[in-house]
Design a protein around this ligand. Structure first.
Ligand code: FEO
Length: 169
């Protein structure tokens, strides 16, 4: 079955969305560096790399389906935040937007009967559930500091050690 052009365009747009997320998190890493919170900075930097991997997953899939990748411009990311809480809340909201984008393509695949693409998107559906859960957890921890710099530094140390409070699933 040939690759539907609407699905191909939607996947291309999603490459852009994932790269956009990557750039947003890289800008957050820069923000946290400037706030002397290296644990948060490293955590967001890791997430920027993950989003880049997500884009490449779709990139490779498009060529597997004999389609073509067309890259678009990436928006200038938000660089300043009022607080750590604001930044993490923004990141969680951004993840929810990405979840909506994946759902949109998933349902488009239904109407086009593109079950191969839909199958590939299962990985993204699961990833979004995990990412939203993780970002929500970090946000709760940041909120629990009440903006207290000492507690925030403890949380920063925790993130620097790679401890996000996640349980093995
Ligand atoms: Fe690739 Fe965090 O969405």
């Amino acid at each position: 079955m040939s690759f539907d052009s609407k699905i191909e365009a939607a996947l291309n747009a999603q490459i852009n969305n994932e790269l956009n997320a990557s750039y947003t998190y890289l800008a957050m890493a820069a923000y946290f560096e400037s706030e002397d919170l290296p644990g948060f900075a490293a955590w967001f930097r890791g997430h920027a790399a993950e989003e880049n991997d997500h884009a490449m997953k779709i990139f490779d899939f498009i060529y597997k389906r004999d389609g073509n990748v067309e890259l678009n411009g990436i928006e200038k990311p938000k660089a300043k935040y009022g607080s750590a809480k604001d930044a993490v809340a923004y990141a969680l909201a951004h993840e929810k937007i990405v979840t909506g984008q994946i759902h949109e393509i998933f349902s488009m695949c239904n109407s086009q009967k593109d079950f191969g693409t839909q199958n590939m998107l299962h990985w993204f559906l699961e990833e979004q559930v995990e990412e939203e859960d993780l970002f929500r957890r970090i946000l709760a921890q940041v909120e629990a500091t009440g903006g207290n710099k000492w507690y925030l530094t403890q949380l920063d140390n925790q993130l620097e050690r790679g401890d996000t409070g996640e349980t093995a699933k």
